[in-house]
Design a binder for this molecule. Structure first.
Ligand SMILES: [Zn+2]
Ligand SMILES: [Zn+2]
Length: 141
């Protein structure tokens, strides 16, 4: 016995979404009991209509975000390598360290949301901070 995640009615049997783990009665799941039985092993990968629509629209942009983030990360890595020698000789190294940690935060933030528009915002922020970092570094060059 469980209560359906959509209509709240008690049901004795139904489906469980593999993503959100919500349980639905067959009527709300949009599948007949017979149809569900026929799914066999695919029962374990059944998704509710909400999760289906989310994953189908997010999937391509999610890939773009990952791509963008790995580019950001490799740029960040090269900045870190370039700054490593400076770290011991520059007095104002705190400023640089702060910039790098800010940069990390924005990369992590963009990754968490995995949203295309936010990723664009993240990369804009990244560009701004990268420019600022260049200015800081050039002061000691
Ligand atoms: Zn229901
Ligand atoms: Zn779901």
């Amino acid at each position: 016995m469980f209560s359906c995640a959509r209509c709240g009615e008690n049901a004795t049997d139904g489906t469980t979404c593999c993503l959100c783990k919500h349980q639905f009665d067959f009527a709300c799941a949009g599948i007949t009991e017979i149809g569900f039985r026929k799914l066999g092993d695919r029962k374990n990968t059944w998704r509710c209509s909400e999760c289906k629509s989310v994953s189908s629209t997010v999937a391509p942009s999610h890939q773009q975000v990952s791509q963008q983030l790995s580019e950001m990360r490799s740029t960040l890595d090269s900045i870190m390598r370039q700054l490593a020698p400076l770290a011991t000789s520059v007095e104002d190294v705190k400023t640089i360290k702060q910039d790098i940690s800010d940069l990390k935060v924005s990369v992590e933030y963009a990754q968490k949301t995995a949203d295309e528009s936010l990723a664009k915002f993240g990369s804009l922020e990244f560009t701004l901070q990268f420019t600022h970092l260049n200015v800081v570094v050039s002061q000691f060059a």
